[in-house]
Design a protein around this ligand. Structure first.
Ligand SMILES: Cc1cc2nc3c(=O)[nH]c(=O)nc-3n(C[C@H](O)[C@H](O)[C@H](O)COP(=O)(O)O)c2cc1C
Length: 88
C-alpha cells in the first residue's frame, strides 16, 4: 500500500518530522541562552481549531522558549551519553 493511503504512517511521519523540527528549535534556543519545555499534554482538538489547521495538519507538541527563571527545578536524570550512543 502506498504511503499516502496509510493515515497512521502519515501521522507517524508528521510526529517524527515535527520532533526533529522542535529539537532544532530547542538547540538553537540553548545556543542563545534560552530554555525550552516541550509538552504533549494539551487539548489537540482545541489547538487544531484555534489555529485553523487543515484536515491533514496535526498539532504535535507545544514548545515554550524563554529565559530560565532562578530557582527552576534541577534537570531530570539522564543516562550517560556513553551508555546510549556508540561512536564507530
Ligand atoms: C515528549 C515530551 C512531552 C512532554 N510533555 C509534557 C507535558 O505535557 N506537560 C509537562 O508539564 N511536561 C511535559 N514534558 C516534560 C517537560 O518538557 C520537561 O520539563 C522538560 O522536558 C525538561 O526536562 P528535564 O528536566 O529532563 O530537562 C514533556 C517532555 C517530553 C520529552
Amino acid at each position: 500500500m502506498r504511503h499516502f493511503e496509510q493515515p497512521q504512517r502519515q501521522r507517524d511521519e508528521a510526529v517524527r518530522s515535527a520532533t526533529f523540527g522542535a529539537a532544532a528549535i530547542i538547540y538553537a534556543a540553548r545556543s542563545l541562552g534560552l530554555g525550552s519545555t516541550q509538552m504533549i499534554g494539551f487539548d489537540d482538538i482545541a489547538v487544531h481549531r484555534e489555529y485553523g489547521l487543515a484536515e491533514d495538519e496535526v498539532p504535535v507538541m507545544l514548545l515554550t522558549v524563554g529565559p530560565e527563571r532562578q530557582g527552576n527545578w534541577p534537570q531530570k536524570p539522564r543516562l550517560p551519553v556513553a551508555d546510549v550512543l556508540d561512536f564507530a
